[in-house]
Design a protein around this ligand. Sequence first.
Ligand code: GLU
Length: 432
Amino acid sequence: MNKHEGHLLNVHLNPNVSGLKPSATVAINDLSNELRQQGKEVYKLGLGQSPFPVPKPVVEALQKNAFQKDYLPVKGLRELQEAVAEHHCRTFGIETEPEDVLIGPGSKELMFLLQLTYYGDLVIPSPSWVSYAPQAKIIGREILFFPTSIENDWHLTPEELEKLCHIKKGSPRLLILNYPLNPSGTTISRDRLKDLAEIADRNRVVLLSDEIYGKIHHEGQHESIVPFYPEGTIFSGGLSKWCGAGGWRLGVFVFPRLMRWLLDAMAAVGTETFTSTSAPIQYAAIRAFKEGPDIDDYLKRSRRIVKALGNHISRKLEDVGAMIRYPHGGFYIFPDFSSFKEKFMTRKIRTSEEMCRRLLEDTGVAMLPGSNFGRQPEEMTARIAYVDFDGKSALEAVKSVPEDRPPNEEFLKTYCRNVLKAIDRMIEWIHT
Ligand code: GLU
């Protein structure tokens, strides 16, 4: 043993990160890629990555700006802040200034900075996205989990929110709402958003409204809670999902005027951590947020495909006995396979994690267990990200499907083949 070894082997981990594993979404993607590299057949329904290419005009804007090399202001390029503010105003009808906008290297990073900067408990309905809770744990924040139910489309009801406000009444808290929801694709109706907003407002709860899947609402009719509680809602969005640009890492937050202090504090932490978001990506993002007919058309075609596919596979799983809510947006479904519990028991499958592990081993279908989304381990839920197909050819092909008709099964079999095959394999596996 050399003189340093004893010291280096002595593990000095921050207790908040001891036992922390890589994020489930990232880990399943790495594992799926590794298995594919080993020559195994893998159906990648794990990571929630858009199957569609970045729209052409946005790619062209990036090409034109590849030379941009300077550090940009930590809060974001002024022209991009303006484009996001205009977009916000146009979409939600609320007055927004460029100064209300914070740009970051992915909304995931901004959420982490928000939790670090805002001093209060975190309230997370479950199921919800895999990273909210680990971020709070890393920072050392209290987390209040609030389980929802399939009967309520996996969303918090106004009655539940009211109850929640009475726990540790008066203490500062941040409630995360996400709709269309990752992992179920279900969204919250306008009336319900209004009720939730009224309760949050009355109880002074700060909302983080994660609307990253809003633009891929399957009917193009996403509603935001922001107009119903503009004083206390922080909006979160970005390019990853609707613009097919997950790897570009560009997220946006829009703050209420009264919460400029929080934006400023996050930006100050930003100067000590990421400095500024990639310059060429920010220039390209201006084009994306300006929208226009070509981007509208891209979105319309994307929605038609994910809607038809989501409905088709939901129906297939429902027909064999899974409980499911049909998705309203995005590209996830969250079936509950609890009706097969006894059958699974005989195969020594007791938890959703075991179910997903065995399914992957036996069939090559990768999906994520409900326990990764905050559900009880024994509940047989799982998230299916129905994205394993070539979005570019599907987008092209859907042009010739008459607009008054959804792409049919034949279309899905041709252009979303892997997803359909994966569902067939899953059903076969359940019945073995
Ligand atoms: N949000 C996506 C997912 O849930 C992408 C990966 C991530 O978690 O950052 O799969």
